[in-house]
Design a protein around this ligand. Sequence first.
Ligand code: IPM
Ligand code: MG
Length: 362
Amino acid sequence: MKTYRIALVPGDGIGKEVIPAGQRILDALTSAELSLHFRFEHFDWGGDYYRRHGVMMPSEGLDALRKHDAILFGSAGDPNIPDHITLWGLRLKICQGMDQYANIRPTRILPGIDTPLKHCKPEDLNWMIVRENTEGEYSGVGGRTHQGHPLEVATDLSVMTRAGVERILRFAFRLAQARPRKLLTVITKSNAQRHAMVMWDEIAAQVAAEFPDVQWDKELVDAATARMVNRPASLDTIVATNLHADILSDLAAALAGSLGIAPTANLNPERVYPSMFEPIHGSAFDIMGKGLANPIGTFWSIVLMLEHLGETSAAHRLMLAIEHVTANPRLHTRDLGGNATTADVTEAVCAQLAAKAQDIHP
Ligand code: IPM
Ligand code: MG
């Protein structure tokens, strides 16, 4: 029997609702897949921790996380703490500290879910967004001076390294190669951003030579938004900078029906550090504590986690259970126009996992 050590970091807002739901799913999988077992450790980092200790997570936090095979993360954000503090003190600290440089965001229209795109068939929208996750616009380099004076200056410097760009592009080409269409779109803004983005284009052409079987093209980020809406089927794997892909992935999630469904994985592909899996929806203070959060984004993130751990059959089984549940409009949460609660959806996915286990081990 294989035992995985999973760090649970619910964080703030609805993270505190969807991560316990995710734990229920992992427990249900353990009962269904007899060869699989998870050992959990809970970390109470986030806004409340900050109010008690003045930091979002302790300085030895990264060492504690390193002992785990994967991290399941909820969200960071608190109505009473500035967003840049919650972000840099927790999520970015983990992503950068653990060199999770490849962020992947699969986007599909799941069964039973409507897209706002009028002429789009579900099979027309099947994307894998690859986001550079440790540098670029999120490098954290810059500063402010003369604060409050007319002379005030503020800069946010986007830092791109050849090593960083090369590794994310190689990761994206490899991922595109592993998907049936072997199609990659490299997104930049190399007309206006004439240094680092031009370097991206050059490195893309160099790395492309290693992948002769991958068909690739380039798109500027503004044009990419229109292409996502007007010609979704012309895209498959997409790679972009940290900020560009952040924006494109919210658009992608909305086009696929709801931000509440969208999953993400922050990967350290070399596996020197554990990778981190999280729904992309954020802390959603407006609905927190009401049991209304859609847990599907977390469940789909668990699918990515299982795939990363090499547990492909468990991943497949969970994805089928998720799709079985989304297909039923009575099990849609409010973000999808329904009345179901977090608990309703969680129980339905658990029941489906148990039913499938019955089929397999009667
Ligand atoms: C995301 C989120 C975060 C980001 C926020 C919460 C800071 O929008 O994961 O896409 O910008 O990276
Ligand atoms: Mg975002």
